[in-house]
Design a protein around this ligand. Structure first.
Ligand SMILES: [Zn+2]
Length: 81
């Protein structure tokens, strides 16, 4: 199962959980998580601003197609397989 990584705190989440189980608990641009339930307690922020900009751009361009987005995010290290 592939994991989406929260941009704010670095926590990993199952895609199905984010999309189907608790979608209201996350602030996200499609598959890109900006805030998650772990943000308040678990802080190891991703500080690479260039990477964040790139990932945000991708999320806006291909976001509705989650499989394509996850493939791109995997390439830049924002999805753990
Ligand atoms: Zn988080």
């Amino acid at each position: 199962m592939k994991k989406l990584i929260c941009f704010h705190c670095g926590e990993e989440w199952d895609k199905d959980f984010v999309y189907d189980d608790e979608p209201d608990s996350f602030t996200r641009t499609h598959g890109l998580i900006m805030r998650c339930p772990a943000c308040d307690t678990h802080i190891t922020p991703i500080k690479d601003e260039k990477l964040m900009e790139e990932a945000e751009r991708l999320a806006i361009v291909v976001g509705p197609d989650i499989e394509v987005l996850m493939q791109h995010l995997e390439e830049v290290g924002l999805v753990n397989v």
